[in-house]
Design a protein around this ligand. Structure first.
Ligand code: ADP
Ligand code: ADP
Length: 225
């Protein structure tokens, strides 16, 4: 079952072709990594998928419906970025529940959803703390919880672990695999780290110069010379 179809997707900035007519199918429940050097178009592809940017050409189809120009908040997509920018004066629980509060979800429902999201990322005990009282890895977990609280069908992660040290990165990779299993979400994970891509993915999409250079399972990528 195909969750997401990208068709002829392109983005041009002035003289720069950031994305050059990309076609990509992502299966429901799959964890796909976008791997490639800086400037290869990974972030642009994510931003077009979630609606943070408008494409120059092509379409984004989710569950068979054309969502190319649908606003970000209509797409059932959660996004986690590298610089997770938590609100410093709010507790962990308030950070995770903030967007729900803005959407006028009831207090009891917010409390239940926040508790469940914090449980999922292993931070139930830290609900009342401030971001400054947390380690970098814990702050990244809060950012992840803030996305999971919506229970999105698709989760986009843009180098979410690249600010963490090697040991923590390995722990968080295992956590992300567990969360992927538990939520059944379709995940697209951007990285420029080949080890990380091979460790996490059902499939790796190798990007270069705004195009897909290679697409396959980690095993198949390893065997290719
Ligand atoms: P990656 O995520 O793989 O590093 P990006 O998608 O960020 O690649 O960038 C792809 C290309 O598009 C790069 O050459 C980058 O400089 C350019 N680019 C990205 N965003 C913009 C923008 N807002 N304005 C101009 N050029 C951009
Ligand atoms: P990445 O970590 O994926 O390489 P960048 O740090 O290149 O991302 O880009 C961060 C932000 O800056 C993105 O929103 C991107 O669209 C924008 N950007 C990237 N390159 C340019 C550029 N040449 N001109 C203007 N904005 C850019």
């Amino acid at each position: 079952e195909i969750k997401l179809q990208v068709r002829g997707l392109a983005k041009v900035y002035g003289q720069t072709t950031a994305l050059d007519h990309v076609d990509l199918d992502v299966r429901k429940g799959e964890l796909l990594t976008l791997l490639g050097p800086s400037g290869s178009g990974k972030t642009t592809l994510l931003q077009l998928i979630c609606g943070l940017q408008d494409p120059s050409a092509g379409s984004v189809i989710i569950d068979g419906k054309d969502q190319t120009h649908a606003p970000v908040n209509k797409r059932d997509i959660g996004v986690v970025f590298q610089n997770y920018a938590l609100f410093p004066h709010m507790t962990v629980a308030e950070n995770v529940g903030f967007a729900l509060k803005m959407r006028k979800v009831s207090r009891s429902e917010i409390a239940a959803k926040v508790a469940r999201a914090l449980e999922t990322v292993g931070l139930a005990h830290a609900a009342g703390r401030l971001p400054t009282q947390l380690s970098g890895g814990q702050q990244q977990r809060v950012a992840l919880a803030r996305c999971l609280v919506y229970d999105p069908a698709i989760i986009l992660m843009d180098e979410p672990l690249s600010a963490l040290d090697a040991k923590l990165r390995e722990i968080m990779q295992i956590e992300i695999k567990r969360i992927h299993r538990e939520t059944g979400a379709t995940i697209i994970f951007v990285t420029h780290d080949q080890q990380e891509a091979l460790a996490l993915s059902d499939r790796v999409c190798l990007m270069n110069d705004g195009r897909i250079a290679q697409l396959g399972t980690p095993q198949a990528m390893y065997e290719t010379p």
